[in-house]
Design a protein around this ligand. Sequence first.
Ligand SMILES: C[S@@+](CC[C@H](N)C(=O)[O-])C[C@H]1O[C@@H](n2cnc3c(N)ncnc32)[C@H](O)[C@@H]1O
Length: 275
Amino acid sequence: MKKLKRKALWAQQKKERRFSHYSMIKRKKRRLDPTRSLNTVTRKQLKSATMANSSCKVAIVVDLSFDTFMDEKSIAKCVKQICRCYSINRRAANPVQYHITSLDGASLTEMSKNSGYQNWDVNLHGKHFTDLFSKEKIVYLTAESDHLIDKIEDDHVYIIGGLVDHNSHKGLCHRLAVEKGLRHGRLPIGENIDMKTRKVLTIDHVFNIMVNVCNGQKWKEALLEVLPARKGAQEKDTDGNFEDEEDCDAEEDFDENENSIADEMDSCETDPIST
Ligand SMILES: C[S@@+](CC[C@H](N)C(=O)[O-])C[C@H]1O[C@@H](n2cnc3c(N)ncnc32)[C@H](O)[C@@H]1O
């Protein structure tokens, strides 16, 4: 009899236990969210915090013209990262003007798995970015560039290579930018923080850092917030010394977070704007 009662009570409390478990996970996720300290929007403010209403006119483009350099798995990872960029931008108080270009072929097929993506607050283009923006305004972001991005210019167009390659195509984006006669630049990582691992970052990390700086953070703050400490990102020591680079792949870091990102994308499958 006692056993039966206990069983009934256990079943009765199941819902409550589930609720508190998921609340705890949600709180933990929020605590770990790199955009948390920014002036991020609440769910209620989402409707008005659009790219059109934003005071930030900086354009950030993810160039998806690299399908032939990736296998199916890497294309899927790449699309997950651009979805993560979308969710970062949606939560920013002042979203950047986010564009995805060369969205066709395999990346379009992968993107189409996100139902309702056509309604998201992002500019989607099948065309190459050189057919959409004037050459004078374009700056290709690449870790191999000799030029430092110091200031983000309001009317400029910053391109991130939509390439997940575990650096098997080292320097590819830099080469392409030079070939096309485009301006290029690297993020000021070594100038602001010590980083033990390589300075080639994932698409979403580059995007997140740019959004944070556009929303008023200093480079140092943005870099320390976005780059994981376990990858060796730390405050620069007072002498400005820089430790030797270790050949450790930043893209692995995204893989570790994939599940939580997938959860997050589930919740914004249909953009709140369109609902
Ligand atoms: C995973 S990386 C791709 C690495 C690739 N091997 C290449 O040729 O660039 C994805 C993109 O993030 C951007 N990126 C990564 N690290 C960067 C850095 N330190 N400075 C500027 N852009 C960076 C570049 O646009 C790059 O194409």
